[in-house]
Design a protein around this ligand. Structure first.
Ligand SMILES: Nc1ncnc2c1ncn2[C@@H]1O[C@H](COP(=O)(O)OP(=O)(O)OP(=O)(O)O)[C@@H](O)[C@H]1O
Ligand SMILES: [Mg+2]
Length: 251
């Protein structure tokens, strides 16, 4: 049984049919890359599992059970964390405050529950250590962190709260090379901890490095799914530009 399964997802915006029957299955403990040309429908597809959109038709199953997400918060409650390039963090808050945002631990002070900042600090330090992260846990706010460090904080949050599924939509698009490597490492780390990771990206070298399997979208459908070790850039580009399975067999 797949951890997360989308089947026959259709979505139109007005007259424009953006998803035309998306089928995709994610296993626990794998990084599944989702690739495709600009406008193929990748972000629209994953916004259905993030609770942002509701499908016109089709269904989503989480651990075999049919789910309908009312909101992003609902999806998160059920264990699906989505990390976007820019929207991931609250700039004015510290690293720890971001990891615990909306779920702060409390302690009693004179009988009154107050936010347990000491616990937030110690848990954050332990978590960043576990991730071998170079982020200063005491950073005053996350506003001063680099793009890669921000991604790392968002991934740390998913790990801490035991997300079942983590969706990364172009996590490295704006990153320098070293930072990109760190995000790739963290994605592998999540998978090693049993999380199912959906990794959207455009850089095929990076995709083949990070992914266990690669799914290719073309014009609103998943047209090809293959193990990363059994494919290459040339083959992926063919499918991304509309080459069909039938043509592959004939060739
Ligand atoms: N809210 C919307 N209203 C109308 N059209 C939309 C909306 N969101 C997406 N689209 C259209 O749906 C198509 C797919 O967009 P989507 O963002 O899912 O593509 P993508 O595969 O993520 O592309 P990219 O690689 O550029 O991020 C595009 O043609 C886009 O213009
Ligand atoms: Mg997109």
């Amino acid at each position: 049984m797949a951890l997360l399964e989308m089947s026959g997802i259709f979505k139109s915006f007005g007259p424009v049919e953006v998803l035309r029957g998306v089928d995709l299955a994610l296993e626990a403990g794998e990084v599944l890359a989702l690739v495709g040309d600009n406008g193929a429908g990748k972000s629209t597809a994953i916004k259905h599992v993030a609770g942002v959109y509701r499908a016109d038709a089709g269904e989503i199953r989480l651990e075999g059970k049919k789910v309908e997400f009312d909101s992003p918060r609902h999806a998160r409650t059920l264990g699906i964390e989505t990390v976007y390039q820019d929207l991931a963090l609250a700039d004015a808050l510290s690293v720890g405050a971001n990891i615990f945002l909306g779920r702060e631990p409390t302690r009693k002070f004179l009988g009154i529950p107050v936010v347990d900042n000491a616990k937030i600090r110690s848990e954050t330090e332990a978590l960043l250590k576990r991730l071998s992260s170079r982020i200063p846990p005491k950073a005053a706010t996350v506003a001063g962190l680099s793009g890669g460090q921000r991604q790392a904080v968002a991934i740390a949050r998913a790990l801490y709260w035991k997300a079942k599924v983590v969706v990364l939509d172009e996590p490295t698009a704006a990153l320098a090379v070293m930072e990109r490597e760190h995000v790739i490492e963290l994605s592998r780390r999540l998978a090693a901890e049993g999380v199912g990771v959906i990794y959207i990206g455009h850089n095929l070298i990076e995709i083949l490095e990070v992914a266990d399997r690669v799914a290719v979208m073309y014009r609103g459908q998943v047209v090809h799914v293959v193990k990363a070790e059994e494919t290459n850039q040339q083959e992926l580009i063919k499918y991304m530009t509309g080459f069909t399975e039938a043509e592959a067999k004939a060739a």
